[in-house]
Design a protein around this ligand. Sequence first.
Ligand code: E4P
Length: 217
Amino acid sequence: MKFFIDTANLDQIREANELGILDGVTTNPSLMAKEGIKGKEAVMQHYKTICEMVDGPVSAEVLGTTYDEIIAEGKELVKIHKNIVVKVPMIKDGIKAIKWFTDNDIQTNCTLVFSAGQALLAAKAGATYVSPFIGRIDDSSWDGVQLIEQIVGLYNAQGFMTEVLAASIRNPLHIVRCAEAGADVCTCPLPSIMGLLKHPLTDIGLAQFLNDAKSMQ
Ligand code: E4P
């Protein structure tokens, strides 16, 4: 399973990248706004900076909701860097646009996916990635990881090449469960990645080893 970081914060991207386990980055308009980025120029520059930091796919989301707007924005986004993936919402015009991007060799990430039916349509249109939002599903008392399992099963049964990108990750256990469910990619906030490192017995064991090592000096 590939690890993407789900943020537009450059310090967090740098920290995850320095771990050596980072395969890519996802952003969305809310994450970009959180960084205080304002104006088209600044947004484009921010994507460029991220692409120069991480050698892997960087999802940049369109803001338009009509077919023409999505295509025009996507064409501009992919000019920024070869690793840009155009992130398109799961709406009717979004599916039409994904098909156009597929036919023109432009990578896409179909976002805001909450059902297997939506994932089926995204794959039919040729999306490179499909992003089911598992945390938001859990928030409404459904099981987000179960949706990952269902989509992975569906894609395997039908031979679709679209990669299942588990999004809206809330904690380290989500990451582990998505890996078990066969997700191709998990896009995670930095604290969830760092949470994978933690176990109290590791800390206790290391303290003991370091203490005992002193007796050998
Ligand atoms: C990533 O592609 C999604 O936009 C993101 O994971 C959504 O996460 P949230 O539900 O925490 O906002």
